[in-house]
Design a protein around this ligand. Structure first.
Ligand SMILES: [Zn+2]
Ligand SMILES: [Zn+2]
Ligand SMILES: [Zn+2]
Ligand SMILES: [Zn+2]
Ligand SMILES: [Zn+2]
Ligand SMILES: [Zn+2]
Ligand SMILES: [Zn+2]
Ligand SMILES: [Zn+2]
Length: 407
């Protein structure tokens, strides 16, 4: 900041030079902050992983989704477990003590059978033989897509009548993103990300039956009467979505479900980019060559990165997380080519309105800016305004003032 003030008060620099230098400085400070932030996050993740391993063999046993009171007793008598850990385990497990209303399971021959039901004692399993998974009350409670109204089952992310059972922890989440949200909260026993492809069991929120994943509830007693959990379901991604006006298709090349009517209808899969692109987008730039380089924000390799990437309108690419941070810092131009990062129509319309509401004082009415447009590359003269200078060719405010002519 001291440096910035020094530059700002330097009489030998023109206003344009000052602005670009200061902007450059701010950018580099911001970038180095980003690098620090990334490093810190990595260390935290490693620490967390380390704690998991030392945690009294919990991981090996696979965090008892299927444990019962019997499991707790053994834990407590195991002398090598630190007392605090045991207490925490007890507190956590004691909250997960309710079985689902019924439990359907595939037998050895692949046939689905009712192995447990709260209504009948003549089923295959009993509550004491450790085979019936136990859940907390909130896991078993239905959740809603429409919040307080409570008319549409689901979560903020999807309308659906079932929950997914986390393949490694055994907990119930309405969706993968709900699990992700919970993971963002600081908790002692944090779940791993919910691997959508590994989900094998779902929980019907209408009748409380836990069952092998499929598109509809298997229980003959279910009030759904054979109606599916949602209009759209994918048995690969285990995605269920009942959104009324949503189109979804599964791309076998991306191996995820995407919004759209389908491949060949409104999307195609670009084999070079390994991504689905809109058929309407005839300006698609293939990205592999730009992936060879490093992320322009954190400078780590993107080619080897497993982190999701975000393509910019100009064809350059960065990590999705870096993109989010970059946008949050109110930077709207590509750090590499200075073009607008995405479609800025709405933002530019706001600037239009701001200029209409605040005409320049009379003293400036004849002042003209000589601008260079960073979006279309053209140069021209436009009326000066402190809010911004609009390119008269493409309408962009992403312009650089090359000089100013006082009227
Ligand atoms: Zn959700
Ligand atoms: Zn059901
Ligand atoms: Zn899918
Ligand atoms: Zn695809
Ligand atoms: Zn491509
Ligand atoms: Zn990055
Ligand atoms: Zn760019
Ligand atoms: Zn332009």
């Amino acid at each position: 900041e001291k440096l910035i003030r020094a530059i700002a008060s330097n009489p030998e620099l023109t206003p344009v030079q000052k602005n670009t230098t200061i902007q450059g400085l701010r950018d580099s400070v911001w970038k180095s902050n980003m690098r620090l932030h990334k490093k810190k996050r990595k260390i935290e993740e490693e620490e967390r992983a380390g704690v998991g391993v030392g945690n009294g063999g919990e991981d090996v046993k696979g965090d008892g989704g299927e444990s019962t009171a019997g499991g707790i007793a053994t834990d407590l008598t195991m002398s090598n477990i630190h007392e605090a850990t045991a207490t925490a385990t007890l507190a956590r497990r004691s909250k997960r003590m309710t079985p689902p209303a019924s439990y359907y399971k595939k037998n050895r021959h692949g046939k689905i059978e009712l192995v447990w039901s709260s209504e009948s004692s003549s089923t295959k399993f009993s509550l004491d033989d450790l085979s019936v998974p136990l859940f907390s009350a909130s896991e078993l409670a239905p959740t809603f897509h429409d919040g307080a109204t409570g008319a549409v089952l689901g979560c903020p992310h999807y309308a659906r009548a079932c929950k997914l059972r986390h393949p490694s922890s055994g907990r119930l989440y309405t969706c993968r993103l709900c699990c992700e949200q919970e993971r963002e909260m600081p908790m002692k026993d944090q779940d791993s990300p919910l691997d959508r492809y590994a989900v094998t069991e779902v929980f019907c929120m209408r009748c409380g039956a836990l069952q092998p994943a499929s598109d509809r509830c298997i229980s003959p007693k279910c009030e759904s009467q054979g109606k599916p959990f949602s209009k759209y379901s994918c048995n690969i991604c285990n995605l269920y979505d009942d959104g009324p006006n949503k189109n979804i298709y599964h791309c076998p090349f991306c191996n995820v479900c995407r919004s759209g009517k389908g491949l060949g209808v409104d999307y195609r899969h670009c084999m070079r980019c390994n991504a689905c692109v809109s058929l309407a987008d005839d300006t698609h730039h293939c990205i592999p060559q730009s992936l060879q380089g490093n992320c322009p924000i954190c400078h780590e390799s993107m080619f080897q990165s497993t982190e999701p990437l975000r393509g910019l309108k100009c064809g350059h690419v960065m990590h999705l997380s870096c993109f989010t941070m970059y946008m949050r810092a109110q930077s709207y131009t590509c750090p590499l080519c200075k073009k607008s990062i995405e479609d800025m129509k709405d933002y530019f319309a706001l600037l239009d309105a701001a200029i209409r509401m605040q005409p320049m004082p009379a003293a400036y009415s004849a002042t003209v800016s000589d601008i260079y447009c960073q979006d279309c590359g053209k140069r021209g003269k436009v009326p000066y305004h402190f809010v911004g200078c609009k390119c008269s060719y493409c309408g962009s405010y992403n312009t650089r003032e090359m000089g100013r002519l006082e009227g």
